[in-house]
Design a protein around this ligand. Structure first.
Ligand code: 4H7
Length: 239
C-alpha cells in the first residue's frame, strides 16, 4: 500500500520512519512519499500562500501548487485523496480498516488557515478529522491516520502484535495486562493469570473488558455486542 503526503513540512513525517510503521516501510509492505508543495510553486519567491478574498485574517494555501503536487504523484488509476481537516468526519477504527484496502492514498495537509476551496472540489474525495480540537496544521493528523491505517494492513503487525485483542477492535476496551515481576511494590498480579487455566483466563479477560468499558467509556457499550448473560452480569456488578 502506498501513501503520498502533500505537505509544506515533509520533515515532520520522520516519525513514520520509526518503530512498527518504519519496519513495514523498510520491509516494503508500505510505501511512503512526502511531497513538498513548495517545490511546485511557480512564484519566484516560492510562495504558496496568499490573502483570502473578502478580507478576514490569516493566509490561505493557493490551489495551483497543490494541484501540481497532486498531479506529480497521481498515476493512471485515480488515488483516494484525503484532506485532514477539523471539518471532516472523525476517524474511527472501522474507517481505518476500510481505508487499509486502498492501493494508493494521497493525504493533503493544510496549514495556515487552510486551502482554497476549489482544490477541495477538484481533487479531494474525503475530509477526515482526528477529533474535535484545533491544530496548527494537518501533518500530525496525517501521521495519526497513516499509523492507524497501516497497522490494519496485512503483514504490518506480527502475530504477537495482532490487532484482534485490543481496545476498539470489538467495540470494547482492552483488559488489564501484567508482566514480570509477579509482585511490584506489594501489588500482586491477579492470581488467575498465573493459574495456566486458559478458559478461565479468557472468561476473566472478557469480563474485565466489559467492566472497564462500562466504567471508562459507557457510551461505547451501546454499540458493543454483549450476550444477554453478559448484560445481566454487568447489572449484578452495579451497572
Ligand atoms: C485544514 C483546514 C486537522 C487543516 C483548516 C487540521 C485539526 C485537525 C487545518 C486547518 C487542523 C483535526 C487552520 C484549522 C487553522 C484551525 C486555526 C490545520 N486542526 N486549520 N485553524 N482535528 N489544522 O483533525
Amino acid at each position: 500500500m502506498k501513501f503520498s503526503v502533500l505537505t509544506l513540512f515533509p520533515e515532520m513525517m520522520s516519525a513514520l520512519g520509526e518503530s512498527i510503521i518504519g519496519r513495514a516501510v523498510k520491509g516494503g509492505i508500505i510505501e511512503t512519499q512526502y511531497i513538498n508543495i513548495r517545490d511546485f510553486s511557480k512564484d519566484k519567491h516560492h510562495r504558496v500562500d496568499d490573502y483570502p478574498y473578502g478580507a478576514g485574517g490569516g493566509m490561505l494555501m493557493q490551489p495551483q501548487p497543490i494541484y501540481d503536487a497532486y498531479k506529480s504523484v497521481a498515476g493512471k488509476k485515480k488515488p483516494h485523496v484525503i484532506y485532514m481537516s477539523p471539518q471532516g468526519k472523525t476517524l474511527t477504527q472501522k474507517r481505518a480498516k476500510e481505508l487499509s484496502e486502498y492501493e494508493h492514498i494521497v493525504v493533503l495537509c493544510g496549514h495556515y488557515e487552510g486551502v482554497d476551496e476549489r482544490i477541495l472540489e477538484k481533487i479531494v474525495d474525503e475530509e477526515i478529522s482526528i477529533g474535535d480540537y484545533v491544530l496548527t496544521g494537518g501533518e500530525l493528523p496525517c501521521m495519526v491516520l497513516i499509523d492507524c491505517v497501516c497497522r490494519m494492513v496485512e503483514g504490518v503487525l506480527d502475530s504477537r502484535e495482532t490487532a484482534s485483542v485490543e481496545s476498539h477492535y470489538d467495540g470494547l476496551l482492552e483488559y488489564p495486562q501484567y508482566t514480570r515481576p509477579p509482585v511490584f511494590m506489594g501489588r500482586e498480579v491477579p492470581e488467575i493469570l498465573l493459574s495456566g487455566h486458559h478458559a478461565n483466563i479468557e472468561k476473566w479477560r472478557r469480563e474485565q473488558s466489559i467492566l472497564r468499558t462500562a466504567k471508562k467509556r459507557p457510551e461505547l457499550l451501546e454499540k458493543a455486542e454483549l450476550s444477554q448473560k453478559e448484560k445481566e452480569w454487568l447489572k449484578e456488578n452495579g451497572f
